[in-house]
Design a protein around this ligand. Structure first.
Ligand code: SF4
Length: 405
């Protein structure tokens, strides 16, 4: 593994791990030593102890959510090197934008399939300022008030505020008033300057990303936080990313969850020269649970790492297995091939020794699947790379299913 020599002796490493397992705060230096050198099983066991204590009484439960990513445009001026989704504005034959009717049809399908959340996700379109999001969020909320709009992040706020020539604070106030419930925390990638400039040179700095999240939290708009692993960052830079989030969280408490995911190597400018291993990913889940003692939820992922690793993450500190995405096109464009459905996710969680529960965006349990005899049977609730989630469905049978398995 990359990075400098450990500063903690072996015996001390165990005492740091014991302290962390008991809920004591660890320093970034200690976190780096544990991340690099603690035995994997010991790291996982300490993280699981912290999870069980935090969720005492419901520690037997692991959650998932049903949501839909709605990709409103792929046109983007920011040209991140790891991204396989965007089209630059001058590539007219590759760029597309969905109209509002199309977006509302996708919302209708989400409701029909029991989804509770939509993630509005797209490029930094050169014409889309605050007004675009106000119009779309208010139309979605007017038609489907039951859908939670958990979308966008600091990068989109920075971009739309620039286009509309307003402050980030005004942009957040206005899209929140129009219907945005919470930020998904996209665009965090790697927050430290060196790796961020290497993979997303046109994005705002990591400090600015956090500053905008802090403004949002102070306005009552909470968020999740993410990390993209495996684009050539060092272990020290990964821990620095966690430290930067933890410091803001100490002030705001507005990050509901931390969600690391792994870089996918296809169809982008980095060409897969580097990648995080599955062991590095599991170590990250565990160290995030131990180090980020002020963040409630650590989300495991099956989309980029596979179902078995997703299952394992539940034993390394994760309390949530993310979403069944009725539609996903962004990481899928970069090569993420894993697909699943609601019944399979329920089964995966159960076989990991937990009771599955469908959750809301704010993590309340909506349905606890404690009796297999009552499991849902709608096999249309599955993840797709598609233009529509429903094949031959009643909502919009005219829309063709493009690809799924
Ligand atoms: S990651 Fe987002 S901001 Fe970066 S190029 Fe892709 S669509 Fe644009």
């Amino acid at each position: 593994m990359k990075g400098t020599a450990p500063v903690t002796e072996k015996a001390d490493l165990q005492s740091v791990l014991d302290r962390a397992a008991e809920g004591g705060r660890i320093t970034p230096e200690e976190a780096l030593d544990l991340y690099r050198d603690a035995p994997l099983h010991a790291l996982g066991s300490a993280a699981d102890a912290v999870r069980r204590r935090r969720y005492a009484g419901t520690e037997h439960i692991a959650t998932y959510i049903i949501e839909r990513n709605i990709n409103y445009t792929n046109v983007c001026v920011t040209a991140c090197k790891f991204c396989a989704f965007y089209a630059p504005p001058k590539a007219k034959d590759k760029g597309w934008t969905r109209d509002l009717d199309d977006i509302l049809r996708r919302c209708a399908e989400t409701v029909e399939l029991g989804g509770t959340q939509i993630m509005f996700q797209g490029g930094h379109h050169p014409d889309f300022g605050v007004e675009y999001y106000e119009e779309h969020f208010s139309a979605i909320k007017a038609a489907y008030p039951q859908l939670v709009i958990h979308s966008l992040g600091a990068s989109e706020v920075e971009h739309m505020a620039r286009i509309s020539k307003v402050s980030a604070e005004e942009a957040i106030r206005r899209i929140h008033a129009a219907g945005l419930d919470s930020f998904a925390g996209a665009g965090a990638e790697l927050l430290p300057a060196r790796p961020r400039k290497a993979i997303a040179p046109l994005k705002e700095s990591g400090e600015r990303w956090l500053e905008i999240m802090e403004i949002a939290h102070n306005l009552g708009v909470e968020s999740t936080s993410t990390m993209l692993m495996g684009t050539g960052e060092t272990n020290a830079e990964r821990i620095e990313h966690l430290r930067m989030i933890r410091d803001v969280q100490d002030r705001t408490g507005g990050f509901r969850a931390f969600i690391p995911y792994t870089y996918q190597p296809e169809n982008n400018h980095l060409k897969g020269r580097t990648q995080a291993t599955l062991f590095e990913y599991l170590r990250m889940i565990a160290i995030a649970r131990l180090f980020m003692d002020n963040v409630a939820h650590i989300q495991g992922s099956w989309l980029t790492t596979g179902k078995e690793v997703g299952q394992l993450s539940l034993h390394y500190g994760a309390d949530d297995l993310g979403s069944i995405m009725l539609e996903e096109n962004v990481v899928s464009s970069a090569g993420a091939k894993h697909r699943s459905n609601r019944m399979e996710i329920i089964d995966l969680i159960r076989k990991a020794g937990r009771v599955p529960a469908q959750r809301a965006t704010t993590y309340e349990h909506l349905v606890v699947h404690d009796d297999p005899a009552n499991d849902p049977v709608d096999d249309r609730v599955q993840s797709h790379i598609s233009s529509t989630a429903i094949e031959g469905g009643t909502a919009h049978p005219e829309l063709k299913l493009l690809a799924s398995n």
